[in-house]
Ligand binder design. Sequence first.
Ligand code: NAD
Ligand code: ZN
Length: 359
Amino acid sequence: MHKNFKNIDRVVFGRGCFNQMGDIIAPVREENDGFFVFVVDSYFRGKELVDRIPTQAGDIIEFINVVPEEPTTDQVDELRDYVLEKHGMPAGIAGIGGGAIMDIAKATALMFKNEGSSQLYQGLNLIKKPGIYHIGVPTISGTGAECSMTAVLTGPVKKLGLKCDWTVFNQVILDPELTTSVPKNQWFYTGMDTYIHDIEAESGIFYNAFSKAYGDQSLQLCREVFAGENAGQNPENDDKLMIASLFGGLSLTYSEVGACHALSYGLSKILGMKHGFANCIAFNHLEEFYGDAVAEFRSMVERHEIDLPQNLSAEWSEETIHQMAEIAYNLPHMWIHALGHDWENKLTLDGIKAMYRRL
Ligand code: NAD
Ligand code: ZN
């Protein structure tokens, strides 16, 4: 069976296009109880961007701190319950921030219309009804969360997305000006999520012409942003990285991530490491999967003088390594992509533990 991929309904791209948000959401305000929820990264509290959010009477702005924790099922359930109890059913929800905020907006949009805890829906196509209108506004580029069909949540048992067609945003606003303030290390870690998506997408059995077309473009843009003559944070590169992120995400919708993301999920779930950072920690030591791309990655780390700790595993107990390896092992779709359908003949839990010991 071939994937029948659901894309974002609408996309606006360009410097300053955030100002169009009021017009874009105006027709949606007829829905449900007519108000909007704006979920905003708490970095922006007190910043001028907040004054530009097109609020009307009855709307709610909810600032959410995405550090140090990645979004949790409890967080989404609590936001949904609080809004329903105090305000009613929103017309729509907007996520203004990075991957974490966009995932909270996507997941909460679904949970407004699906009963019980979001824990019940972690997995593929478990959501029963479409959610409310949801709109994503990335303020940092790299995750591809703006276009993916998943909203990644950490629950008591697993770190796994609410994954279905209805998760995909109805609208995305891609305004590269919003990313100007991202600190350099964070710019690199999240930007490398895209680079790693592209490399992983092409390094496995699900790679195909659809994935390659988007992935090649994304990779070329990443190389201009991180390794080209004009590499670094500047307006032209902010534009490029925002599109690289989108295209990297689109490439992935028709391929898969692999070994790096499997290890990264273990690092995030057990040690609470942020996604982009965890990817960088793992990718740095996965030559057997990604060959020359690892050397290219290291040269980009060096060029931008990025903090990338080494020998972290010296601090980890055997139990910690075991727990992380179990998380990684239980992501078969990633290992199938990386190693083939007979991956279990090629990889053992001990093999994954050995990879963690290299980090
Ligand atoms: P993030 O949302 O966790 O934010 C990282 C940091 O950047 C935070 O400190 C935030 O405050 C700061 N930040 C964001 N925008 C800023 C700005 N304009 N100026 C200054 N600081 C800013 O980072 P991320 O890497 O975008 O997202 C990671 C999350 O995305 C994880 O929770 C991960 O699970 C999720 N993810 C989801 C998908 C998906 O397809 N749904 C894909 C990859 C990752
Ligand atoms: Zn990723």
